[in-house]
Design a protein around this ligand. Structure first.
Ligand code: C5P
Length: 222
């Protein structure tokens, strides 16, 4: 599989964190920079795909050649944007760090400090984008990410099964890798196979990931 391994295919990539608003000035977020997802979008363009990039709140320039970028803030917005884009897509690569919970109530006014008292935020579960897609009778080839601090292989393989994914890219967070870092290292798992992509710049790693996604896609869906 060479350069144009995704020619003729529509690929949706999600990237970045999600922000869940608490009030007009505060939110719950996470440390995803969006770099890995943006690198994956760029690599998919290089491989000849028509790419839709659904981006959480990040300050990154759109990679050259991306057909369409949809900016979102919350997990619910990302869920809606990805599900809509996925109707037309052959492959979905979920590289976003989607918040698992959101405040059940968003205050219209800035919350006031209550001297001496605790502030209790009640959080409700966000919908799982990958699980929603895999529950649909027809859906794109699904690639998920698993960022873990420990027991990476076990959690990743469990996630592959539980979310009904075609492939999962697992990485250990920490030691200068993962969130906010320029480098990453991944292990890819699919039903009946695995491959290690050793530490490299996210751009290089994204190219290798895309090559494996193309190979598995062709093997499974022709
Ligand atoms: O279970 P966990 O959140 O660690 O799984 C990570 C993978 O699941 C990522 O690919 C992420 O984009 C995806 N995800 C999702 N919807 C969520 C949470 C995570 O699609 N609500």
């Amino acid at each position: 599989f060479g350069d144009r391994s995704l020619a003729g295919l529509k690929v949706v990539v999600s990237a970045g964190p999600t922000f869940e608003d608490i009030d007009p000035v505060r939110f719950i977020g996470n440390r995803s920079s969006g770099k890995m997802g943006f690198a994956v979008a760029a690599a998919a363009v290089q491989a000849g795909a028509e790419v839709t990039l659904v981006a959480g709140p990040v300050g990154l320039a759109t990679p050259v050649g991306v057909a369409r970028r949809i900016d979102v803030r919350s997990a619910a917005q990302m869920h809606a944007a990805v599900l809509q884009a996925a109707v037309q897509a052959d492959i979905y690569i979920g590289a976003a760090a989607v918040g698992d919970y959101r405040p059940q109530e968003v205050s219209a006014q800035k919350l006031k400090k209550r001297d001496g008292g605790d502030l209790v935020l009640r959080l409700g579960e966000n919908p799982d984008i990958l699980a929603s897609l895999s529950a649909q009778t027809t859906h794109p080839f699904l690639v998920g990410f698993a960022a873990e601090t420990h027991d990476v292989a076990a959690y990743a393989q469990d996630k592959l099964q539980r979310k009904g994914l075609d492939m999962i890219a697992a990485n250990q967070v920490g030691d200068g890798l993962g969130f906010e870092a320029a480098d990453n290292a991944l292990t890819l798992y699919w039903a009946g196979g695995a491959v290690e992509l050793p530490r490299a710049a996210k751009s290089e790693l994204a190219r290798r990931l895309v090559a494996h996604v193309a190979e598995r896609y062709r093997a499974m869906r022709g």
